[in-house]
Design a protein around this ligand. Structure first.
Ligand code: GCB
Length: 610
């Protein structure tokens, strides 16, 4: 164990015991890190024998706290009974879902224990944090037999300070990951995507100075393209420090002084900026240095606002030529594992002539959003408040709010992100309106510079398609999913009779439309699941949507076919949702080219009009 001052030990003790999991550290991946990716030994534990004793009492709640698999015991005495053995257990790769790696786990939902041994050389005066970019869904984390804490939510990062538990030499990190679907969780038991389990994103040990830059926001102020409005937050003992923000390319350097809580506002006039846009995704090197720490980031500056039925990016009208995406790359297959997997998805979006992506239905990888920054794609970012949720359970609300807060905390410096979405297709009721309304307020209180929306539902009266969900009053956009020609309304040629009655004087962004097509299945345009049907459906959709006054964008459903347990058709689906414009083997369907042509024309005509 490393030596640290007793004051520091006491501080850490209170810090760890009172918080367990710490609030997210901004840009932690850029720190001095030891990667814990790679092979982890695992034990499948459907009955949770490694967590509960035979009376179903949790070992880690017992007095002795021993007996759980997290002890990572090895037998030293031949008469000793130990019924597990990580050293001799098989391995899974991290980051990755377990379903795609191991036949026995392809349909598994439950607990898997992961164990990683790693060597560390902790230095006196440094602090150490173990960071998980995501694990689905509930994770209990233990270092050298001691519980660090628990995290719920399959798509947001979490971390634990381990300064006083990290050993010089070998360390054992054990994580119990459970992807059991539960009614009161977020998402709930019912979704149209695969419940991939496991440690699905990067894991590392980060080294930080004793007082470090915990969080910062360096973004343009709402409605002022010449003013940076943000903050910096230090964590540690030396809370009052001078912090300097430096953007060398525009020769800007200024300082702020943090208060006794380690906090300072950043308010600074700024000139000569080249604004970030999809056409010119300009990012600046930004250096933030305190007396004890330094962090570097690449940040773009832009404004986003609505005016009547218009969306203005850097003060200019923009049409959001988008596509929806899941965090899944079927060519891998499963959850993406590397930057290349993510870049492939965004490159396809670019080929479609998109300037916008909807990252549905939950927070995607931070790396994805950084790539969108770099490649010039605007982003709709969402939390998994999807379909039905236990609207009246306060724990469920807190969980949803935590996921939203973590998403906003993580991605608030990304110029690409212009919209926070608080959910998708949630059925109307008073408790739901309250729940969703509170999430909207929460998003606005954390970030007043971006738009807030949700993918709403519609209803029909004859040929009239009505969008009048009360939640829409609180949102910045009129955004809704619309499945004419697939779930209702007849064949593609029959749907052109529909027209829209949208109750709000706001820009309209259609968050979904589409239909399934099995790549390579050709028939006439009335035959469901054929490429021709999907193509005709897109063409008819363009006709009906273009009549909407204030149409300012769309994200058809979806870029690539994705796995879904709800799609059992033995010929056309085989547990794939086939609404992709690209198949599970990477083949572009006819509708891919239809949409790319449409967007190409739209980019020219919309620019000319404005
Ligand atoms: C929807 C959902 C999306 C589904 C899609 C479909 O409305 O928002 O998650 O996958 O429809 O294919 O039915």
């Amino acid at each position: 164990m490393i030596k640290i001052s007793s004051f520091f030990t006491i501080f850490l003790f209170f810090f760890l015991s009172s918080f367990g999991q710490q609030p997210i550290i901004q840009n932690i991946a850029s720190r001095n890190n030891l990667s814990l990716n790679g092979k982890w030994n695992y034990i499948i534990d459907p009955y949770e024998n490694g967590f509960y004793d035979y009376r179903r009492e949790a070992f880690d709640q017992s007095k002795s706290k021993v007996g759980g698999y997290y002890d990572d015991k090895r037998s030293v005495d031949k008469s000793e009974l130990i019924e597990y053995n990580f050293d001799k257990s098989p391995t899974l790769k991290v980051p990755a879902d377990w379903n795609s790696q191991e036949e026995r786990l392809s349909l598994y939902e439950g607990t898997v224990w992961y164990r990683k041994l790693f060597m560390a050389k902790p230095l006196t005066g440094k602090r150490y944090v173990i960071y998980f970019a995501a694990a689905n869904y509930e994770s209990h984390v233990y270092l050298n037999g001691k519980k660090l804490g628990m995290h719920k939510g399959g798509f947001t990062p979490f971390q634990f300070e381990v300064t006083d538990l990290l050993k010089a030499g070998e360390n054992s990190l054990v994580v119990k990951v459970d992807n059991t679907r539960k009614k009161d969780e977020v998402p709930t038991i019912n979704t149209d995507w695969w419940n991939y389990g496991g440690i699905t994103r990067d894991v590392f040990l980060a080294e930080l100075p004793d007082t470090y830059i915990h969080d910062y926001k360096v973004q343009l102020a709402k409605g002022n393209a010449n003013f940076i409005d943000g903050f910096v937050q230090l964590n540690g003992i030396t809370k009052s420090q001078k912090v300097t923000i430096n953007i060398p390319e525009i020769a800007l350097s200024f300082s702020v002084n943090t208060d006794e809580k380690g906090y300072a506002d950043i308010k600074q006039a700024v000139k000569k900026l080249t604004y970030w846009s999809p056409e010119n995704p300009k990012l600046y090197q930004v250096k933030i240095s305190s007396e004890t720490d330094e962090v570097n980031d690449k940040i773009g500056f832009r404004t986003i606002e609505t005016k009547g039925k218009d969306i203005l990016l850097n003060g200019k009208s923009v049409f959001l030529r988008g596509i929806s995406l899941h965090d899944e790359n079927p060519l891998i297959p499963g959850r993406p594992r590397s930057e290349g997997d993510l870049r492939m998805l965004l490159t396809w979006a670019k080929e479609l002539n998109c300037n916008f992506v909807r990252l549905a239905h939950y927070p995607h990888n931070e790396e994805m959003v950084r790539l969108a920054d770099e490649m010039g794609l605007l982003v709709w970012a969402e939390v998994p408040v999807y379909w039905t949720i236990a609207w009246e359970n306060p724990d469920t609300y807190n969980n949803a709010q935590n996921q939203l807060s973590d998403l906003i905390t993580r991605d608030k410096n990304r110029a690409s992100v212009i919209i926070w979405s608080v959910g998708n297709e949630t059925p109307l009721s008073d408790p739901r309106n309250k729940f969703m309304g509170n999430l909207v307020d929460r998003a606005r209180s954390l970030d007043n510079t971006r738009l807030v929306s949700a993918a709403l539902e519609l209803h029909r009266d004859g040929n009239k398609v009505i969008v009048d969900d009360v939640l829409g009053e609180k949102l910045d956009l009129a955004s809704f999913n619309e499945y004419a020609g697939w779930y209702w309304g007849g064949t593609p040629k029959e749907i052109t009779k529909y027209y829209f009655d949208i109750k709000y004087q706001k820009p309209v962004v259609i968050t979904e439309f589409g239909g399934d097509a099995l790549a390579g299945f050709h028939a006439d345009a009335d035959t469901k699941f054929s490429e021709e049907y999907q193509q005709a459906l897109y063409e008819s959709q363009f006709k009906i949507l273009s009549s909407i006054d204030g149409l300012r964008g769309m994200t058809p459903w979806i870029l690539v076919d994705f796995r879904s347990p709800r799609r059992p058709h033995p010929i056309y689906q085989e547990f794939w949702n086939r609404k992709g414009l690209i198949s599970d083997t990477g083949k572009k369907k006819k509708a891919f080219f239809t949409l790319s042509d449409y967007y190409n024309k739209l980019s020219k005509s919309f620019n000319q009009k404005k």
